[in-house]
Design a protein around this ligand. Sequence first.
Ligand SMILES: [Zn+2]
Length: 78
Amino acid sequence: MTERNVPLRAVRIEPKCPTCGKPADPKYKPFCRKRCADIDLGRWLKEGYRVPTDEVPDEDETETRSSGEGGGASGQRG
Ligand SMILES: [Zn+2]
């Protein structure tokens, strides 16, 4: 007769609040409270949605402009 003593350890994966790490509340799953949900949502919105701006990136053109040089090749036969 072999008796096995199986440890009854209920491994429950409880959702933790991604904002603060506290056990989530079923009411505000997967967050622990509304505040945390708002924080996470706001963070997500910031990263997800980018407000299109009409601003143009400052780019300094370092191009050497040669003025006065005209390339006029005239071929005359004579
Ligand atoms: Zn939280």
